[in-house]
Design a protein. Structure first.
Length: 455
């Protein structure tokens, strides 16, 4: 049984059936009527694009052209005309269309969908649902996905309940209260979600000013098509501290600059080493990385495609976009219609407050399982079926199989995880490629367990 029917849950189901697990024994428990979309692939805006070329997003890594062929063969692509040059491999399809692709592949499996929410896993091997039903499950995969993060700053009750604060940028009719006036919108966060917000508002005719707030003042970067820089790390002698890794990258960055090359080549060079680097590091070093380097890492590895960046470049050129480096501390009602944002500029000790017509939360997602509001993680933690990862991201698990580690310190033979719950166990576990790889590993491990049980 798979708990969660977003991208990770759908990928896990596809890979389970691909590995030989009987489709009649695979059930996805997901309260949404649609599977395979989650937050990322549920936005219907056709200008919200996948952040890489289609050849990188195939559900079948051994067949990188699978998605491209699917796109080319589906003439009704929700209004997306496709690439002008007909090169679907290099195209950046809308995320909603990618969700269609995932759904079409999932539909071929014939797995069952129970429209409900899992709230607990009982010791006797049953999954308790919000409706009160109990479903027996021999093996369970946690694919619980993302939870919006609103814990980093104080939000007063009156602000949270008014339309001038948008907590979910992808909610239906989220921007109905924002007209085409010359008002000011504050966006908390400056990465890919911020870009989605700017695109959506520009398309609605907004002609006011944007102010983005982030701790370091870094902006999302544009992805460029480059080849990987020659590998400069060695698997047999990886740096085991965050400082040593930074020094290796800085030295190579100077070499890239001296050669007149693009720094983004380093990103491709580093990617094969992400998993072993993380596995090789101590929890102390992992915490140092997340505290000091995480933002830089995310900006380098999670870039936007040029078609998306063109929207941001346009408002920058028009002088309508302002990037603020500072920590947002709270949101409060304003005497005039709007929201007061209080923040402390980076490097300052004094806070500032300013009124904005609207505020949109693009601050990311909550990864600490101790803070998740849903009943399922709370109950699993209380029962000792899972334990939080010491780095503060997700839960502990065997990164090689996805087997969850409970309070007894042993990998489970019944409970597995894929995607976002494994962020602490494998740093990039929430990226699309890593979710597909993780789903494949879990499927193999679960299928092997089933075969052992049947022997």
């Amino acid at each position: 049984m798979i708990l969660g029917g977003g991208f990770a849950g759908a990928a896990a189901a596809i890979k389970l059936v691909e590995a030989g697990y009987p489709a009649t024994q695979v059930t996805i428990v997901e309260p949404q009527s649609e599977l395979g979309r989650g937050i990322a692939y549920g936005t219907p805006d056709l200008d919200h694009l996948v952040n890489g070329p289609a050849r990188m997003f195939s559900l079948y890594p051994a067949d990188p052209g699978h998605l491209s062929r699917w796109l080319a063969s589906h003439s009704d692509r929700r209004g997306w005309a496709g690439p002008a040059d007909g090169n679907f491999d290099a195209s950046f399809p809308p995320r909603y269309l990618y969700g269609d692709y995932v759904q079409s592949e999932l539909a071929k499996t014939g797995v069952r969908h129970v429209v409900d929410r899992a709230v607990d896993i009982l010791p006797e091997g049953e999954v308790l649902l919000a409706s009160g039903r109990r479903l027996p499950a021999a093996r369970i995969v946690l694919a619980t996905g993302l939870v919006r993060n609103e814990s980093g700053f104080a939000i007063s009750g009156p602000v949270r309940s008014q339309a001038r604060y948008i907590g979910n940028p992808w909610a239906t009719n989220a921007y109905d209260a924002i007209d085409g006036s010359d008002g000011e919108v504050a966006i908390i966060g400056s990465s890919l979600t911020m870009l989605d917000i700017v695109i959506s508002l520009e398309k609605r005719g907004f002609r006011g000013r944007y102010f983005t707030f982030s701790r370091r003042g870094l902006l999302v970067q544009s992805r460029r098509e480059v080849e990987a820089w020659p590998a400069f790390l060695r698997f047999e002698k990886l740096p085991d501290t965050a400082l040593a890794l930074v020094r290796e990258i800085q030295r190579e960055r100077r070499a890239v600059a001296a050669a007149g090359e693009d720094w983004q080549r380093l990103v491709l060079s580093l990617r094969p080493f992400i998993e072993p680097l993380w596995a090789n590091a101590s929890d102390i070093e992992r915490r140092r990385f997340t505290r000091h380097l995480r933002t830089f890492w995310d900006m380098a590895f999670h870039r936007a495609v040029p078609d998306s960046m063109a929207w941001l470049e346009r408002v920058l050129k028009q002088g309508r976009f302002f990037n603020v480096a500072g920590r947002v501390q709270g949101l409060a009602p304003s005497a005039q219609p709007g929201v007061e944002v209080t923040w402390r500029p980076r490097g300052d000790v004094e806070s500032q407050t300013r009124r904005f017509d609207h505020v949109v939360n693009a601050a990311g997602y909550e990864a600490n399982w101790r803070r998740l509001p849903d009943a399922l993680p709370r109950n699993l933690l209380a029962r000792g079926a899972v334990r939080p990862h010491p780095v503060g991201f997700g839960i502990e698990a065997d990164a090689a199989t996805g087997a969850v580690i409970g309070s007894d310190g042993q990998p489970s033979r019944r409970l597995y995880a894929v995607g976002h719950p494994l962020r602490g166990a494998a740093w990039e576990a929430s990226s699309v490629l890593e979710q597909i790889e993780g789903a494949t590993r879990v499927a193999r491990a679960v299928s092997a367990d089933r075969m052992r049980d049947a022997a």
